[in-house]
Design a protein around this ligand. Structure first.
Ligand code: PMP
Length: 363
């Protein structure tokens, strides 16, 4: 057999990366992935099944994502040509990085600026493309470090800046004035405001689009009950969306996802509202209960998960929770101030009770 060492052609950056694999294994209570609890009613499920049954199985999906873009544009109050839909917002993160990769004077390797801790795919997607990643730590309240961000923008000339608000894993919103200061300083960057969790927050930042041409907003159906569809979208200027469309694979979104996504947006608004208000109510209950547990500090959350600081390293607690059948996300492997942190998704009332009981035992 002719021998071949893949390393001779593969990007060197692959050597430093690990594949993003969700936690495998079987747990009775999974509160690790920020999915919505399974609350969809029978009538909604019937509608989805009936719509899926009408699929033209032999045909390619609509390459222009026409109906879905229209439904999204209506919901967001923008024009359809300002919307592009991806296989989850994950795909749009990669599309942005693929397209916005021109070298700059002080940044021969295209540079991405983001915060830490934040959603890991910003870093991973950038590194896999050989881009440089700068991460400015969030401040002590897990808010944007305005001065740090301004310094980094000046120094590193980033092409793309990712800011999640509400942020994952901290559940906190970025202070609006700090966000605007950063956007104003980042005149030569695309500023991505990732609103994956906005349906659980008190406010959104859509109006930024009217003030700043360099802002794009990311949204997703994944956190509000429809992670199975893999639908995320970006809203931005029509000019930028047209460029992103050149890099999008023509049939990226399966027909079933397009049809059902459109149906969700046009007809299942009440179901989504029900899921969101249930989760917000449970979030409040969970927050109050956790506050009574000694050694646990809860950060007030604007998302569908809670960010907990323990007074012991979180690794052992995570393992004990797992043995009790409850899976959460631990960040102990990251060290530093994340060493004692856990992230737990708000689930059903029963799941949340199981988590609280297990946490008391694990501590
Ligand atoms: N942005 C943030 C902040 C997230 O936490 C996630 C999912 N964990 C995503 C984007 C990606 O979501 P999806 O690809 O499912 O739309």
């Amino acid at each position: 057999m002719q021998r071949f060492d893949p390393q001779t052609v593969l990007r060197p950056e692959l050597g430093e990366l690990k594949a993003y694999t969700p936690h495998l294994g079987t747990y009775e209570v999974r509160l690790d992935a920020n999915e919505a609890p399974p609350l969809l009613g029978a009538p909604a499920k019937k509608k989805l099944a009936e719509a899926a049954a009408k699929t033209a199985w032999h045909q390619y999906p609509d390459a222009g994502q026409k109906d879905l873009r229209k439904a999204i544009a209506k919901r967001m109050g923008v024009k359809p040509n300002q919307v592009i839909v991806g296989v989850g917002s994950d795909e749009l993160i990669t599309l942005l990085l693929t397209v916005a990769s021109r070298a700059k004077a002080r940044a021969p390797a295209p540079t991405v600026l983001t915060t830490t801790p934040t959603f890991v795919m910003y870093r991973l997607s950038a590194r896999i493309r050989g881009q440089r990643v700068m991460e400015v730590p969030l401040d002590a309240d897990w808010d944007l470090d305005e001065a740090g961000m301004l310094r980094a923008i000046d120094m590193a000339q980033p092409n793309v800046i990712f800011i999640a608000s509400p942020n994952n894993p901290t559940g906190t919103m970025v202070t609006r004035s700090r966000l605007e200061t950063v956007i104003e300083a980042a005149k030569s960057s695309i500023v991505v405001v990732d609103e994956a969790y906005v349906d659980y927050a008190d406010q959104h930042q859509l109006d930024l689009l009217e003030k700043y041409e360099n802002v794009v907003i990311l949204r997703t159906l994944s956190k509000i009950g429809f992670a199975a569809l893999r639908i995320g979208w970006l809203v931005g200027s029509a000019a930028l969306v047209a460029e992103l469309d050149k890099a999008r694979l023509p049939y990226n979104l399966p027909t079933v996802s397009q049809t059902l996504g459109t149906l969700v947006l046009e007809e299942l608004g009440d179901d989504i509202s029900h899921i969101c208000s249930y989760v917000k109510q449970e979030r409040a209950r969970l927050t109050t209960q956790l506050a009574t547990i000694r050694g646990v500090t809860v950060v007030p959350s604007q998302a569908n998960f809670l960010w907990l600081k323990l007074d012991v390293p979180s690794g052992d607690v995570f393992t004990r929770l797992g043995k009790l059948g409850v899976l959460v996300r631990s960040f102990h492997g990251r060290g530093g101030r994340l060493e004692q942190c856990l992230r737990v998704t708000v689930g059903t009332k029963e799941q949340n009770d199981r988590f609280i009981d297990a946490l008391r035992e694990a501590l």
